[in-house]
Ligand binder design. Structure first.
Ligand code: ATP
Ligand code: MG
Length: 154
């Protein structure tokens, strides 16, 4: 794993930029609240891959005219990112299995968006290589929050 200092908010904005056409197409709005002073050590390309996967999911599993919120803040010595959508959500009984390779919920399998069910398993691996954590909170029919945390460079 490469490790270089990374301006975290910029990395998130760079990832987000790739999804401008998808957001526009589905009329999904984005709100960001990013602390732009946070630096973490990591592999730029891998972390980019993390945010592309998480943002892709937030869009894919949102309803038309939905809203996505991305927050980045420091808590103790960690950088915390929350990507929250108000989309289809994940049923409680399936939440534990999210992030297993190839696991997709019934609801998402029945969607026309497609997907292999690998995105979050890759995210989990990359996050772990950065001594990070991933947690998912979700309410079926209400939305999902993906919460990532990474050690901060002082
Ligand atoms: P891929 O990312 O490989 O194209 P995928 O999106 O189905 O396919 P993951 O990103 O690993 O796979 O996500 C696994 C499953 O978790 C999804 O199929 C979906 O059921 C559920 N999921 C992930 N993110 C969300 C979200 N934001 N809202 C609702 N369900 C989600
Ligand atoms: Mg995905």
């Amino acid at each position: 794993l490469e490790a270089e200092p990374i301006a975290f908010s910029q990395l998130i904005l760079d990832s987000l930029e790739l999804f401008a056409p998808a957001l526009k197409k589905r009329n999904i709005s984005i709100k960001t609240d990013l602390d732009d002073e946070i630096i973490i050590m990591g592999d730029m390309n891998r972390l980019h891959q993390v945010f592309c996967n998480v943002i892709d999911n937030a869009i894919k599993y949102s309803f038309e005219n939905g809203m996505i919120n991305i927050a980045l803040y420091q808590k103790e010595k960690r950088a915390v990112v929350i990507v929250r959508d108000n989309g289809i959500g994940i049923p409680k009984k399936e939440l534990d299995r999210i992030g297993e390779r190839f696991y997709r919920t019934d609801k998402s399998r029945s969607r026309e968006t497609g997907g292999t069910g690998l995105g979050l398993s890759i995210v989990k691996q990359i996050v772990a290589l950065h001594n990070g954590t991933m947690k998912i909170e979700s309410e079926e029919g209400q939305g999902t929050s993906v919460i990532l945390s990474f050690p901060i460079v002082e």
